[in-house]
Ligand binder design. Structure first.
Ligand SMILES: *Cc1c(COP(=O)(O)O)cnc(C)c1O
Length: 457
């Protein structure tokens, strides 16, 4: 039996959740058009839709809300946030934003000119969109292994230096304002980047005067993997590893809704004074004064406290181990999942789970709906529905057809993970009876949010 670490916290306030009957769930999913995004949260037992903004705050963070200083300018909570970012990440300047994409908007507008190229280790939806809106072209420079769901590679998020070099040779360094390095890589399944790779990226980028901006959304989870898997880091603290990681970047965008343990918030951080000046001018247009950036004082305080809590050794160990526990239980029982298990989610491989359902009949969507009916667990489709259509209106056929089980931070217990695992194992045993779906309504863009379906006869 592998060792997992029990919860390093106890429960002070409880939020009851609905225990529904199968009959109720069948009615609810029908009403939601077999789309888990359209379910009402009151009908959900264990909600694994996303880890974004769904964290449980600590008593210390809730206490912080009461000392919110709601001054229009110069709130003391801003200075606490600034100090937290300086102490924990090591960046000199910080501009708060309402969430991660607010920071992406500022960064992309300031740094990207029409015709520029922005390399990155796999795209993220909002990040790429902001790059494109400012006339940039995203270029994927992640290692090939990241696109294979079965390869067990310790740092599957690494940048492929040859791909990066090739882009520099092709378009010239003056067309590359920065490289965006995501630590960890969300769309590869929460896969980490090694310190060695970060150092090498820094070396190569510096040679050509290209800046390095991290998407630091899950940087603490990345630091944990370095401690666990990379030679020379076992005896270093998460705090020290995180500081070293950040020392290879010129700045970062951050969605506080993930690793900063808050329900809303984000920031743009950097060392360069000129970039800071430009960001503090632009933030006024989109978010608010540079000392609140779309956040209430109390929200900045909660984020500042969350930043310190996130580097607690026991917290982050439990976080990663809890996700791994769910993944290990599924692997032990032969349920097909993406490997290795990443930092924030476990992904069911719907093509292998339901080989009898063709991709045109939405196997991952069907599996997510069945999982809800069976157990009240809400997951999310990441396959052909999410991939959408090309400019000619033809479906993209993504290689990966997945159901994402995303674990919120500090919210659920190992018993909840058991419920989820047992439901997936049960369904796997009766997989032959699961049928595909057909689409009955489809919006023109981002169809996964609001499309409706019906079971095939
Ligand atoms: C969530 C996320 C973002 C965007 O952050 P929001 O707070 O949702 O705006 C950017 N990058 C990654 C990797 C994310 O997971």
């Amino acid at each position: 039996m592998k060792k997992y670490i029990a919860e390093p916290f106890k429960i002070k306030a409880v939020e009851p959740i609905a225990m529904t009957t199968k009959q109720q769930r069948i009615a609810a999913i029908k009403e939601a058009g077999y789309n888990t995004f359209l379910l009402k949260s009151k009908d959900v037992y264990i909600d694994l839709l996303t880890d974004s903004g769904t964290s449980a705050m600590s008593d210390n963070q809730w206490a912080g809300l009461m000392i919110g200083d709601e001054a229009y300018a110069g709130s003391k909570n801003f200075y606490n946030l600034e100090a937290a970012v300086r102490n924990v990440y090591g960046f000199k300047y910080v501009v708060p934003t309402h969430q991660g994409r607010g920071a992406e908007n500022l960064l992309s507008q300031i740094m990207i000119k029409k015709g520029d190229y922005v390399p990155g280790n796999m795209y993220f939806t909002t990040t790429r969109l902001h790059q494109e809106l400012n006339g940039g072209t995203f270029v994927d420079v992640i290692i090939d292994e990241a696109h294979n769901s079965e390869l067990e590679v310790p740092f599957k998020g690494d940048v492929d230096l040859n791909k990066f070099q090739r882009l520099i040779d092709q378009v010239g360094p003056e067309k590359i304002p920065y490289i965006c390095v995501a630590v960890t890589v969300n769309l590869a399944g929460g896969q980490p980047v090694s310190m060695k790779n970060l150092k090498e990226v820094k070396e190569l980028a510096s040679k050509y005067g290209i800046k390095i901006m991290f998407d630091a959304t899950r940087c603490v989870e990345n630091a944990f993997y370095i401690k666990e898997r990379e030679d020379g880091y076992q005896d270093k603290s998460i705090a020290a590893i995180l500081k070293e990681m950040m020392s290879y970047a010129d700045g970062c965008t951050m969605s506080g809704k993930k690793d900063c343990l808050v329900n809303i918030g984000g920031f743009l951080a950097m060392n360069d004074e000129d970039l800071y000046l430009q960001a503090s001018q632009l933030v006024v247009v989109y978010e608010g004064m540079p000392s609140y950036g779309g956040l209430a004082g109390r929200d900045m305080e909660a984020m500042a406290r969350g930043i310190y809590e996130s580097i607690d050794e026991d917290y982050i160990k439990h976080r990663i181990y809890q996700v791994r526990y769910l993944g290990d239980r599924l692997i032990e029982n032969g349920v097909p999942v993406v490997r290795p298990i990443g930092g924030h989610a476990v992904f069911l491989d719907a093509k292998k789970f339901l080989p009898h359902v063709p991709q045109d009949n939405f196997p991952a969507q069907a599996l997510a709906a069945e999982l809800y009916i069976h157990s009240g667990v809400r997951s999310m489709e990441r396959g052909i529905v999410s991939a959408g259509r090309d400019k000619e209106g033809k479906n993209y056929y993504p290689k990966l057809e997945l159901v994402r089980l995303t674990i919120p931070r500090r919210v659920y217990t190992y018993s909840h993970m058991d419920v989820v695992a047992e439901a997936c194992i049960d369904l796997y045993q009766q997989r032959d009876s699961i049928k595909g779906l057909k689409i009955t309504y489809e919006p023109p863009v981002l169809r996964f949010f609001t499309s409706r379906f019906e079971p095939l006869e």
